[in-house]
Unconditional design. Structure first.
Length: 367
């Protein structure tokens, strides 16, 4: 099952040493807030964020939870609640060598009915609007909700799911939200020669197409557009919404790219932004990237499910009927903070380093 998904992701890097003598570039953590539209065809009674590879102690923040200065109750009254399900439950799980943490927003079943549910439908939102403070008349008939989580590390896998009632009343199952979630890598630069300022690290952002369904050689294809900019001050999570002035400043980095996974080709369907390591401005404190996703509406090979094109069109040049409906957007930012090296006084001038915005490495669906 697919859901349209508008995600807001704030990322600041894992701790990285870039200069043994003066300063560090530090990533503070990963924060993600997003609107998600329920187009499963069924009323959902909750939403689940599955963060594989993270412990509950790695969760720093949840939308609707305590400690954010927002109410944590259930419903639609802005004075009591920010979203209908109230504060989520955070629970670890393990199955053999696999472990993770689930953040679950869920309705309450009293034995005969649910207190809240998210109806299925279509909805147009610029992002970060499907909550009681979003200004869109959020209420019982709104087919979307706003969720979020902050972490101090990258999960090895992120899965979003609507929770849908099965044939057994009160029992829920997972309906997959099939849209890429960015992940981040911070690669420290080699030590600078004596007397030279420390070099910036590389901060890489990755998005990856969905895996193929059983029996198919290729997964569903989707189009992505990438926009980017940098700022001389940190970015706040609340600023990473579609109509914010910061997001509107992002310039086009990649006009169109088709992403599609192929069985047996681990490099297929992967878009890697930031490869190359070109430094940002000397005073840059943050980088913003916006990913916009669209359905591929062209033809597929009937046997392999590979996306097909007619010349002169291709996977960076869509034809008139190749771009389908808008699926969603992810606004991602990296805040890098300077820290004094252990045992060394903090210098009067601090260096803020961020990732390269120059080279965009696209690993196509074919090598």
């Amino acid at each position: 099952m697919k859901s349209r998904f508008l995600a807001v992701l704030l990322a600041a890097a894992l701790p990285v040493l870039v200069a043994p003598a003066t300063a560090h570039a530090s990533v503070i953590g990963f924060l993600g807030n997003f609107d998600v539209i329920n187009d499963t065809g069924k009323t959902a009674h909750g939403f689940e964020i599955d963060l594989e590879g993270l412990h509950s102690s790695d969760i720093s923040d949840v939308f609707g939870g305590p400690g954010r200065g927002f109410p944590t109750g259930r419903g639609f009254d802005p004075s009591n609640s920010v979203e209908r399900y109230g504060a989520p439950v955070i629970a670890e799980y393990s199955a053999g060598s696999i472990f993770g943490t689930k953040i679950t927003y869920q309705g309450v079943f009293d034995g005969s009915s649910w207190d809240f549910g998210t109806p299925s439908g279509s909805f147009v939102t610029p992002g970060d609007n499907c909550w009681s403070g979003g200004g869109v008349g959020y209420g019982p008939n709104t087919p979307c909700d706003h969720f979020g989580v902050g972490t101090i590390g990258n999960p090895t896998k992120t899965t979003y799911s609507w929770l849908l009632e099965t044939a057994t009343p009160g029992v829920l199952s997972n309906g997959l939200v099939n849209l890429p979630a960015p992940t981040w890598d911070v690669i420290p630069a080699p030590p600078a020669p004596a007397g030279n300022p420390p070099a910036p690290p590389q901060v890489l952002a990755h998005v990856e197409a969905p895996e193929p369904l059983a029996g198919l050689e290729f997964g569903d294809a989707l189009w992505v557009k990438v926009f980017t900019t940098e700022f001389e001050d940190p970015i706040d999570l609340e600023e990473l919404v579609g109509d914010n002035a910061r997001v509107r400043q992002a310039a086009t980095e990649l006009e169109w790219q088709l992403l599609q996974k192929e069985i047996g080709n681990p490099n297929s369907g992967l878009l890697e932004s930031g490869a190359g390591g070109a430094p940002v401005g000397a005073n840059a404190a943050s980088i913003l990237r916006r990913y916009e996703f669209f359905k591929y509406s062209g033809e597929y090979d009937p046997e392999t499910h590979e996306a097909l094109f007619t010349a002169p069109y291709g996977d960076t040049h869509p034809g008139p009927t190749d771009v389908g409906s808008y699926l969603g957007a992810q606004n991602a930012a990296a805040n890098l903070a300077p820290l004094a090296a252990a045992g060394i006084p903090e210098p009067g001038t601090l260096f803020l380093f961020a990732s390269a915005l120059a080279t965009l490495l696209v690993r196509r669906k074919r090598r």
